[in-house]
Design a protein around this ligand. Structure first.
Ligand SMILES: Nc1ncnc2c1ncn2[C@@H]1O[C@H](COP(=O)(O)OP(=O)(O)OP(=O)(O)O)[C@@H](O)[C@H]1O
Ligand SMILES: [Mg+2]
Length: 326
């Protein structure tokens, strides 16, 4: 039996409005093993949140459409499930921490009740038991359980984020999708929250997709890394492989734009140009007009995926040519 918890295959998602069609996710495939943490990185507008919402079955009504592909959770295609069945999957099997956690809490409900609500929805237990478990979850994320009666506005930003994490982990989901979970927080709290997520993830054996702009966070937290550009995955591999031997010019450019403590650099490198507009995608390589390594082929065709090794692949003509030359 496969040890994959999640298999995403050939996923295509469009947003269709009266004015345009936004090709937000273009034919992406990836898998996650039990207990593994996958870092999903890429510039703003790359399609990271859309991928997550697609997996959760939470694309905006009428506008967001899965055009093609499948998302299998423990071998079951989530796209075959009814809305009712999906409500049972969310929270219990997959949980998501949304990009803007500060708005994820209900301002007029005590936080303990908000955690207990999720537990009651998914697990058969009494209200008293659910509240007791909610208090235990609060303690787990470092908040004194006695505060379960307090309302969200009585907590600091970092504490609210911990509560959001407690809600996401309350039913011990198999898969946690964390969309920029610490972007809204200051750096010291960021490190604390990430440490806490990592230890809870290890304790519960949860698999995780961690969406972030921060490559440092990927290095610290993730086993694998997937780099997304204009709705496509352009490189994928173990964190060691992708960080130490990046092959795609976009991945290389991302690394060169990280500040380094050992090198005395006056100005950081930037990735030239603007992110490709997903409503006007070219039929060639979508990174071609920003690429410093492009060749003739890059402006005429769409590259295929080439394996660098068993656990590392890249979607780039240049690497293919380099490999064939050897
Ligand atoms: N409801 C929507 N209607 C139309 N287009 C949308 C909608 N939501 C997102 N998009 C577009 O889809 C593309 C992908 O957006 P998405 O939010 O997935 O990017 P992202 O990688 O999460 O970016 P960020 O890092 O800024 O969070 C963008 O071009 C965005 O403008
Ligand atoms: Mg996003």
């Amino acid at each position: 039996m496969s040890t994959n918890i999640l298999n995403v295959k050939d996923l295509v998602i469009h947003y269709e409005t009266d004015e345009e069609v936004v090709e937000a996710v273009n034919n992406i495939s990836f898998e996650i093993k039990k207990g593994e943490v996958l870092g999903l990185v890429g510039e703003t507008g790359a399609g990271k949140t859309t991928t997550a919402l697609g997996i959760m079955g939470l694309l905006p009504d009428k506008v967001g459409h899965v055009i093609q592909g499948s998302v299998e959770l423990e071998g079951e295609n989530l796209f075959d499930k009814s809305a009712r069945e999906m409500r049972k999957v969310r929270g219990k099997k997959i949980s998501m921490i949304f990009q803007d956690p500060m708005t994820a809490l209900n301002p007029v409900k005590p936080v303990g009740d908000q955690i207990a609500e999720v537990i009651l929805l998914h697990d058969r237990c009494s209200k008293a038991e659910a509240l007791q478990r909610a208090q235990k979850m609060l303690a787990m994320v470092g908040i004194v359980p006695e505060r379960y009666k307090d309302y969200p506005h009585q907590f600091s930003g970092g504490m609210k984020q911990r509560i959001v994490i407690a809600i996401a982990l309350a039913c011990e989901p198999e898969l946690l999708i964390a969309d920029e979970p610490t972007t809204a927080l200051d750096v010291t709290i960021q490190a604390q929250i990430l440490d806490m997520m990592r230890s809870l993830q290890q304790k519960q054996g949860t698999s995780m997709i961690l969406i972030t702009h921060d490559l440092g966070v990927v290095a610290e937290m993730c086993d694998h890394c997937a780099v997304m550009y204009a709705g496509e995955l352009v490189e994928y591999g173990t964190v060691e492989e992708v960080f130490d031997h990046p092959k795609h010019p976009y991945t290389k450019a991302l690394y060169q734009s990280i500040p380094s403590l050992d090198k005395d650099v006056k100005r950081l490198r930037v990735v030239p140009g603007m992110v490709t507009d997903p409503s006007k995608l070219p039929c060639c390589c979508s990174f071609a007009d920003r690429c410093t390594e492009k060749c003739e082929q890059c402006e005429s065709g769409d590259p295929r995926i080439v394996n660098v090794n068993e656990e590392h692949w890249v979607k780039c003509f240049n690497y293919r040519a380099e490999k064939e030359e050897k």
